[in-house]
Design a binder for this molecule. Structure first.
Ligand SMILES: Nc1nc2c(c(=O)[nH]1)N[C@H]1C(S)=C(S)[C@@H](COP(=O)(O)O)O[C@H]1N2
Ligand SMILES: [Mo]
Length: 257
């Protein structure tokens, strides 16, 4: 049967293929513990899924319900495991929705972080501005849904410090990001304010390297790899659900670990 989540234009061997085990398991579970199975949807819609958009809509709606339940269960004070600096992997592992040879480096001198939405001070930030904020470090595990992980050491500004500094509305439910390679992503405010969620400028005590998101990326210890956008270009605080690159293809939005 045709995959509900795999767009027809995805080239073979792309990151979509690498993320296929999760796609399959989502399909097996019907996404969802909400009572509707893929089988019953197929029964409803005919075997070759005559209206895949309608089915996808239904699945995504149920997935969003699961996100809300997960968000309710999230403990904003519980810390993810941390590790000694000696365990930091150098260099880190790379992944993106395209190959490493296609990474286009960002020019740090002209780069700006743009702000929008429910934020009082929307002035753009330079790398130096961000370096001037209080810095902290964490050594945490990165887990990708492809089935690999690594321990990495990150230094930067906690997202909480940054959001407080720019006068963000901390009661808004969503913080959304965009990136130089157009990989939109978003997280819930509780995760944004978690002490292990950071705007990272450094890896292993050195400036981030190009394929790992120079000059700025999000690193959060409480979410799967795909919720850690690299090469950030903008942050928006919003009341409207923003979704994200993989979420639009049916991946869970909350994706906590
Ligand atoms: N801008 C951008 N950020 C991204 C991605 C991407 O394709 N583009 N891929 C995500 C995925 S699926 C993973 S596992 C991690 C990989 O981060 P790393 O290359 O530092 O290991 O980045 C995440 N952030
Ligand atoms: Mo990933």
């Amino acid at each position: 049967m045709k995959s509900l989540f795999r767009p027809d234009d995805a080239p073979d061997g792309s990151a979509l293929d690498l993320h296929r085990p999760l796609i399959r398991s989502l399909e097996r579970r019907g996404l969802l513990r909400g009572g509707i199975t893929l089988g019953s949807l197929v029964m409803l819609t005919g075997c070759d899924v005559k209206r895949p958009e309608a089915v996808q809509q239904a699945l995504l709606a149920i997935s969003r319900l699961n996100d809300k339940v997960q968000a309710l269960l999230f403990d904003p004070n519980k810390l993810a495991p941390t590790y000694p600096a000696s365990m930091i992997l150098r260099p880190p592992k790379f992944n993106a929705y395209y190959d490493v040879v296609d990474v286009k480096p960002v020019n740090g001198a002209t780069w700006r972080l743009e702000l929008s939405g429910l934020i009082q001070d929307k002035r753009p930030w330079t790398v130096e501005d961000l370096q001037g904020l209080p810095q902290s470090s964490m050594v945490i595990k990165h887990i990708c849904v492809e089935g690999w992980s690594y321990i990495g050491g990150w230094t930067g500004v906690t997202l909480r410090t940054f959001l407080e500094r720019v006068g963000a509305d901390l009661k808004a439910p969503y913080v959304a990001f965009n990136t130089a390679d157009n990989y939109p992503s978003s997280i819930d405010m509780a995760t944004a304010l978690h002490p292990q969620t950071m705007l990272a400028l450094q890896y292993g005590g050195q400036t981030l390297a190009d394929p790992f998101g120079f000059p700025l990326r999000l690193r959060t210890a409480t979410k799967l790899g795909y919720k850690n956008p690299k090469w950030l270009t903008s942050i928006e605080v919003t009341n409207t659900y923003p979704g994200g690159f993989w979420e639009k293809k049916g991946f869970p939005w909350f994706a906590g670990i």
